[in-house]
Design a protein around this ligand. Structure first.
Ligand code: DAH
Length: 347
């Protein structure tokens, strides 16, 4: 081999390499072209390995021939690599393009559950008179749900409440049958003057129908202060009825019975359906009962740690479901807990 044919072989290698670089169209392919020609076991190395076959004086000239070609190939590969990166980026940008002019997908708007909304409206109205909301547990002790409220174990009033006891608690724990134990908790955790609401879920072992649920909501109210009277209760409940059902709503007190109040009353509003003339909704009486109330029994005050000689109080308890049904003209209490979006979405 002489220098001329060596030079020809170099040129020929250069041409093939340039061609391969130009046609490599992804980075991995370009890497393998690079190592095939310029790598440790690449063609250029191999060719240079033949240097020993050249006549002695020609050997030093090999570098001057080969180095520019190596540099040219390295530069061409670098340029090609940059170009391929650019192309890859363009492809990605095109694929991941976000069209910010597209209208967004509308999110369905949620709304408060009608019972929660009603509960809040009740709290808002009483809030205007200084009533503050307290949380009270749904799993309650028998002592607070009954005994502390003047309903001893053998008292016939217990028959009013069909109770769900917690298994394994030896009848010590139950699902509260009303929010009234909240009264005791409030009295024990604070001192008069007290203006408290205690809303939430209650449970009874009920036969379910359009107006009875085994799970329902109540809002309890309690006021304790010096010189609190039944007239204060009457005035407050009138304000509530007018705030909730409109200023022309008729109201009345009827005698009632609860073990934890003395005297006890039922509070009625004029029937919203017939306006008082009598219809099936009010059982032809013209009146709808919306809550029970009364002056807190001295025994209950004492159980709450309050001196009944000094303080008096009134309490009331209303069915949130009932109020919501009257407000929205809902005919069946079961709708509230059915989780039917067609029903819930209409509020
Ligand atoms: N706890 C009673 C019930 O569930 C409602 C009630 C009546 C609450 C009179 C009161 C009250 O605070 O004074 O039927």
């Amino acid at each position: 081999m002489d220098l001329q044919s060596f030079s020809q072989q170099l040129d020929e290698l250069r041409a093939r390499a340039l061609d391969a670089v130009a046609t490599a169209d992804d980075p991995a392919e370009l890497d393998s072209v690079e190592s095939a020609y310029l790598g440790r076991n690449g063609e250029l190395r191999k060719l240079l390995g033949n240097i020993g076959q050249l006549p002695g004086p020609d050997r030093p000239k090999v570098g001057a021939l080969a180095n520019p070609i190596r540099e040219e190939l390295e530069a061409t590969i670098a340029t090609r690599r940059a170009r391929l990166d650019e192309i890859a980026l363009d492809v990605r940008l095109a694929r991941e393009k976000v069209d910010v002019t597209l209208p967004g997908r509308a999110l369905p708007r949620g709304s408060l559950h009608p019972l929660i909304e009603t509960q809040r409206e009740i709290a808002r109205i009483f809030g205007q008179f200084g009533f503050v909301t307290y949380d009270s547990p749904q799993v309650e002790t028998e002592a607070l749900n009954f005994e502390a409220l003047n309903i001893p174990a053998d008292h016939p009033a217990r028959d009013l409440w069909d109770t769900l006891y917690v298994a394994g608690s030896d009848r010590h724990l139950l699902l509260r049958t009303h929010t009234s134990p909240g009264q005791i908790r409030v009295m024990r955790s604070t001192s008069p003057p007290i203006r408290a609401l205690s809303p939430g879920r209650c449970f009874r072992y009920e036969a379910v129908d359009a107006s009875h649920g085994f799970e329902f909501f109540q809002v309890e109210g309690l006021m304790v202060d010096e010189g609190t009277t039944l007239a204060d209760l009457r005035g407050l409940l009138d304000e509530f009825a007018h705030g909730m059902f409109g200023p022309d709503t008729a109201t009345r007190f009827r005698p009632g019975y609860y073990p934890f109040t003395e005297p006890s009353v039922a509070f009625d509003i004029g029937c919203l359906i017939c306006g008082g003339s009598g219809c099936p909704a009010c059982k032809r009486t013209g009146w709808l009962t919306i809550l029970g109330a009364g002056m807190v029994h001295p025994v209950v005050l004492r159980n709450g740690g309050i001196d009944p000689e000094r303080y008096q109080g009134f309490a009331f308890g209303m069915g949130t479901d009932r109020i919501a049904m009257l407000r929205h003209g809902i005919g069946d209490i079961r709708s509230f807990l059915d989780d039917d979006m067609r029903f819930l979405g209409s509020f």
